[in-house]
Design a protein around this ligand. Structure first.
Ligand SMILES: Nc1nc2c(c(=O)[nH]1)N[C@H]1C(S)=C(S)[C@@H](COP(=O)(O)O)O[C@H]1N2
Ligand SMILES: [Mo]
Length: 263
């Protein structure tokens, strides 16, 4: 379990404290803002869906983000969030260099499947040098190699009712009184099928380091860093995000971030 550094942003400190103290403190300003039906919360929610719709209208579904030259990579990908999960199932896989790893594909698919790392590496691959933008205010240019998520979705044959891809991760985050909750994320099928959306097993010409999400992490290049789940255990095709976490579509979304982190 990775210790959740609650002070990563003032906003999140407040979210974390609110989450842990709701039953004790009743309702303070931040509880209301983040968890209640406040006008501010509703406005933020509608701004999120407005951003989503504006993006989807203004930017073509397959519009690519800029890619960079190798000379523009100045450093290794800066690790952030969980960087060394200590969850037992993850440690067991790491012990054998992920030889027994299998990516599972489940949910609304005709053909539930799972793939070993070798199988993933033998699929059509894409390499791209892109810029990662974290909400904390830093960016990093790095090279990523992986299999297009669209290819995996085609292998599994997505059912027509599916609307989102949920990424289940190995690492759990310690949220104080709430206990350990697994990191998870979700994207819609437009981002999932975008040509630059890959399940990456390579970073800067090496296999993906543990600090950056080994053995497999997603790159969703038109979104902010927190959308790009690391330590992926499996992906699930779903029609609603309600059953997962607190129902907002991701670990950080459940703490108040926008589900649509479009950039
Ligand atoms: N499973 C998992 N995925 C995660 C995180 C995490 O803590 N756990 N942190 C997110 C955040 S906020 C960022 S900025 C990126 C960091 O990726 P990096 O370590 O390769 O820079 O991973 C994202 N995906
Ligand atoms: Mo981030």
């Amino acid at each position: 379990m990775s210790t959740f550094i609650v002070n990563r942003r003032k906003f999140l400190t407040l979210a974390g404290v609110a989450a842990a103290t709701v039953p004790l403190s009743g309702c303070d300003a931040f509880d209301t803002l983040l968890y209640g039906q406040s006008p501010v919360r509703n406005f933020l929610a509608s701004a999120n869906s407005l951003t989503y719709r504006a993006h989807r209208m203004l930017i073509g579904n397959d519009t690519l983000v800029p890619e960079f030259a190798a000379s523009e990579i100045r450093q290794g990908q800066r690790p952030n969030g969980s960087t060394d999960p200590t969850d037992a199932d993850y440690l067991a896989l790491k012990d054998t260099s992920f030889a027994d790893y299998r990516l599972t594909v489940s949910g609304l698919v005709e053909r539930p499947v799972s793939f070993s790392l070798d199988e993933l590496r033998n699929m059509p691959a894409r390499t791209q040098i892109t810029r990662h933008d974290c909400v904390e205010g830093w960016s990093c240019i790095a090279k990523w190699t992986g299999v297009p998520l669209a290819h995996i979705l085609d292998e599994a044959k997505v059912k027509s009712q599916a609307r989102f891809v949920v990424f289940h991760c190995y690492d759990t985050m310690n949220l104080g009184l709430q206990g350990a909750v697994p990191y998870y994320e979700s994207i819609d099928l437009i981002d999932a099928r975008h040509p630059q959306t890959i399940l990456a097993y390579g970073n800067n010409d090496k296999s993906l380091p543990v600090a950056n999400g080994a053995p497999l992490r997603v790159r969703v290049e038109r979104q902010l860093g927190y959308k790009m789940a690391k330590y992926i255990k499996g992906i699930e095709l779903v029609s609603t995000l309600a059953p997962f976490g607190s129902g907002k579509g991701g670990f950080w979304e459940d703490l108040g971030y926008d589900w649509y982190g479009g950039i």
